[in-house]
Every structure is written in C-alpha cells, then in structure tokens.
Design a protein around this ligand. Structure first.
Ligand code: IPE
Ligand code: IPE
Ligand code: MG
Length: 240
C-alpha cells in the first residue's frame, strides 16, 4: 500500500466542537492538542516521513484578542509539555510562518525546541504558526530578489527548484496527502505552491474528534488514488 511521504493537515473545527458542548471556543483549542499527538504517532507508525500541521494562519490574527492570546499561550504550553516526548521519538520539529509577529517568549521557546531536535532523523514535523501561503510566496520572492540584487543569482536561474527551495518547506518534499477536518472544502491560504499535485481529503469530523481511525481512513483514501501528474495512466504504469 503506497504511504504518503508527507501529510499536510488543516486542523479545523475546534470552535464548533466547543460550542456544541456549551463551552468557550478556547476549550476546543485545548481539546485539539490530543489529536496532534495521535497524528504524530500515526505517522511514525505508518512510516510517513513528514507531517505539516496548520495551527494558526496569517488571517487568524484578526480573531478576538482573547482567543488569539489564549492560542499563543497554548502553543507555549504544548511546546513545553511535548518536547521531551518528541525528542525521545526522534522527531525534528520546526515552526514555519512569520515569526516576527510572535511574542518574544514564544519565539525563544521555538528556537529552543528547534535547536534541541535539529539533529533528529525521524519524523520531520512542521507546525505552521502565523503562516499563510501568500506570505510564504512573498518571503521567497524577497529572498530571491535580494540575491539577484547582490549579483549572487541571475533572474534566468530562478526555476521551479530555486523557487521551491526558498519557501518555508524548502527541504521537505511536497505533500502527497492533504487532510482538512471540520467540513470546509477550501485551502484557506495554506501551502499554495506546495499543494499543486497533492491528493485532497476532506472530512466533516471536527479536529478534537480526529483520531487514529480517522487518520487511517485518510491513508486508505490516499492509497486508492491513481496519481497521474498530467500523464496518462498507461504512462504511469510504465514508469512505476
Ligand atoms: C481551527 O479551529 C483552529 C484555528 C484556526 C486556530 P477553529 O477555531 O477555526 O474552529 P471553527 O472552524 O471555528 O469550528
Ligand atoms: C484554517 O482554519 C486555519 C487553521 C486551521 C489554522 P480557519 O478556520 O481559519 O479557516 P476559514 O476561516 O474557515 O477559511
Ligand atoms: Mg475554522
């Protein structure tokens, strides 16, 4: 059974999960930590090499201030609580997104966790915080433009490889499988460049309820797809 090398997930539905229980939205975000752990374990078990989780988008800054600060507090708590286990399991953790917008406290936690797990060769885990696909494309463009201006790069040398390399996931293969929980069928400014040929899987399950069984169903869906990358099925068979 083909296993995706890289799975990317939009973890959506925390607020509705909490509201359905008469609880504040922030209770849903707290309940969303457990499925993160479960997905990491599932990836390790299934042999998925990389996992990227969308935790907070560029647009989520526009939410009510108390929800934003509660989420930021939760990120610090979760990093503190999980780093030992992640490290023990050989996980390399990196945060992708616009860090300049994060508090100094969160930035220093991130730097510490990344440094501690940097040499790990197990699951490559990326958490997207203050991330937007458009932000990513712009920051890559700025990097390449600066290299051109300094004479280190010629505009003609900007090909797909060079551009992809300047993106936040520059050293991670494109996602093979995208999962969005919470019922919406949209990308919401996640990995715009990288999802070009990704298999898309949507489920109505709200993120706090997404468990190993749900993840397994997404892997089964992936295994059932015929990926052609623009070619014919016959050509793909020939190259397989
Ligand atoms: C996803 O859940 C978590 C974040 C975007 C931070 P939501 O908070 O979007 O939950 P719903 O979609 O309102 O239910
Ligand atoms: C996408 O969810 C972002 C994350 C899960 C972090 P949103 O809840 O922000 O997306 P929209 O607003 O429904 O498109
Ligand atoms: Mg949502």
């Amino acid at each position: 059974m083909p296993v995706p090398r890289h799975v990317a997930i939009i973890m959506d539905g925390n607020g509705r999960w909490a509201q359905a229980r008469g609880q504040p939205r922030t209770a849903g975000h707290k309940a969303g930590v457990k499925p993160v752990r479960s997905c990491i374990e599932s990836c390790i078990r299934a042999g998925v090499g990389a996992l990227t989780l969308f935790a907070f988008s560029s647009e989520n800054w526009a939410r009510p201030g108390d929800e934003v600060s509660s989420l930021m507090g939760l990120f610090v708590e979760a990093l503190d609580a999980e780093v030992d286990d992640l490290h023990a399991n050989g996980v390399r953790l990196r945060i992708i997104g616009d860090r300049s917008a994060l508090s100094v406290r969160l930035q220093s936690r991130i730097a510490a966790v990344e440094a501690r797990t940097a040499a790990n060769t197990g699951l490559q885990l990326q958490i997207a915080v203050s991330y937007g696909g458009r932000w990513d494309i712009l920051q890559a463009t700025r990097q390449l433009a600066a290299r051109c201006a300094s004479g280190a790069l010629r505009p003609a040398d900007i090909d797909e490889g060079a551009f992809a390399g300047a993106l936040a996931l520059g050293d991670v293969p494109d996602p093979d499988l995208f999962i969005r929980t919470g019922g919406e069928k949209r990308i919401s400014n996640f990995l715009l460049w990288n999802l070009a040929y990704t298999e898309l899987y949507f489920t109505d399950v709200l993120w706090p309820d997404f468990d190993a069984e749900g993840f397994g169903a997404a892997l089964d869906y992936f295994a059932s797809r015929s990926r052609r990358f623009g070619q014919t099925a016959e050509q793909r068979k020939g190259s397989a």
